[in-house]
Design a protein around this ligand. Structure first.
Ligand code: PLP
Length: 305
C-alpha cells in the first residue's frame, strides 16, 4: 500500500478505464455520471452484498459458483435481489457490451438494500427496492505481483460466525480494512489474519495457503471467506495428486513454509515473499507455479466458447 509497493489488487494501468460505463439500476452511464443516493443503505450502513468476477473470452469465469454465493448471502440477510441469475447475467452482458469488453475484465457486482426514508439502521426503512450497480474495468493483475507480496500478521481477527460471519461478502469491509491498515502500519502490503484461537486464517482481502514439504495447507475454512478461487485450488490439488489439507496450523509452520500464496478472483494465485519480515522459502515456488498453471487452464476451459 506504500506508493512503490504492490497491493494484491493492483492492475496494469489502462487509460480506457477513465471512460468506462457503469450499470446503475438498469441505466448504463459514464463513470462520472454514475451515482447513488446518500440515503442508499449501502452508502449509509454498508448494508449490501457484492461479488468480484472476471470475464475472459466473453464468458464469466465460474459464474454459477459466484451466483451461488451471492444469492445465498442475499437470502441470509433478507435482501431481495429482484431478479434471478439469468437477470444478473443479462445486466452483466449489457454492461460488457456497452463497454465493448470481452476479455481481461474485472467486475464488481454490488447490490444494496436500496434508498432509505430516513438515515437510520432499520432495514424496513429501505422502501425503494434494491440498488444494483455493476462496475467493469479492463484489468490485468500488475506484473509486480509476480515477485511476491509482503504480509504482516495483524491483531485484527476474522471472528466467529455468530458475530459477522466471514462468509458474507458484505459491503461493510471494516473488519478487513482495519487489518489492512494495521499491515500498512507494519510496513507490509497485506494483513495476515489469525482466527479466534490464534491459528493462521486468511488475509484482509484474499484466502491464504502455504506449501510445506510438497503438501498444500490452508485454514479449516471456518473463519474465512468461502473463496471461489480457494475452492478451485483445493479441487485442482485433489484432482492432480497434490496433497492438500484444510487444517489448523500456526505462524510457526507458516514462517517455516517452503512457499505461500494468496488466492482471489482478481489475482488468481499471488505469491507471498515474506511474513513478518521472514522470507518464505527460496523463491523458486515450484508448487505455486504448478497450481497457477493448472488454474489458468481451468479458467480457459471454463470460459471456452
Ligand atoms: C476477505 C476476502 N477473502 C477472500 C476473497 C477471495 O474470494 P474469491 O476467490 O471468491 O474471489 C475475497 C474476495 O471477495 C475477500 O473479500
Amino acid at each position: 500500500m506504500t506508493e512503490d509497493r504492490p497491493s494484491t489488487h493492483d492492475a496494469e494501468e489502462d487509460a480506457r478505464n477513465r471512460d468506462i460505463r457503469i450499470y446503475v439500476n438498469g441505466d448504463i452511464v459514464h463513470r462520472d455520471e454514475a451515482k447513488v443516493s446518500v440515503y442508499d443503505a449501502g452508502f449509509m450502513l454498508g448494508d449490501g452484498m457484492w461479488e468480484g468476477m472476471r470475464l475472459y473470452n466473453g464468458r464469466w469465469a465460474f459464474f454459477d459458483d459466484h451466483m451461488d454465493r451471492f444469492f445465498d448471502s442475499c437470502h441470509a440477510v433478507g435482501l431481495d435481489v429482484g431478479m434471478d441469475r439469468a437477470g444478473i447475467l443479462d445486466a452483466l452482458t449489457r454492461t460488457a457490451e456497452a463497454n465493448g469488453m470481452t476479455t481481461d475484465v474485472h467486475c464488481r457486482l454490488m447490490l444494496t438494500r436500496g434508498i432509505k426514508d430516513k438515515p437510520f439502521q432499520h432495514p424496513k426503512l429501505s422502501t425503494t427496492g434494491p440498488t444494483l450497480v455493476i462496475i467493469m474495468e479492463h484489468s490485468k493483475p500488475a506484473e509486480a505481483l509476480a515477485a511476491g507480496i509482503r504480509l504482516a500478521t495483524v491483531p485484527q481477527v476474522r471472528g466467529l460466525p455468530h458475530s459477522q460471519d466471514a462468509k458474507f461478502n458484505s459491503h461493510s469491509k471494516l473488519n478487513c480494512i482495519i487489518a489492512c491498515l494495521q499491515a500498512e502500519a507494519a510496513g507490509a502490503d497485506e494483513g495476515l489474519m489469525l482466527d479466534p484461537h490464534g491459528f493462521v486464517n486468511t488475509t484482509n482481502a484474499c484466502n491464504f495457503f502455504i506449501v510445506r514439504r510438497g503438501e498444500v495447507w490452508t485454514s479449516t475454512g471456518d473463519y474465512c471467506m468461502n473463496g471461489v478461487t480457494r475452492a478451485k485450488v483445493i479441487d485442482l490439488c485433489r484432482e492432480n495428486g497434490i496433497p492438500v489439507f484444510e487444517k489448523n496450523y500456526s505462524l510457526y509452520e507458516a514462517y517455516g513454509a517452503d512457499e505461500a500464496f494468496l488466492t482471489g478472483t482478481f489475482g488468481a494465485q499471488t505469491p507471498v515473499a515474506s511474513i513478518d519480515g521472514k522470507a518464505i522459502g527460496d523463491g523458486s515456488r515450484p508448487v505455486t507455479k504448478r497450481i497457477r498453471a493448472l488454474y489458468a487452464d481451468l479458467v480457459r476451459r471454463d470460459t471456452a466458447g
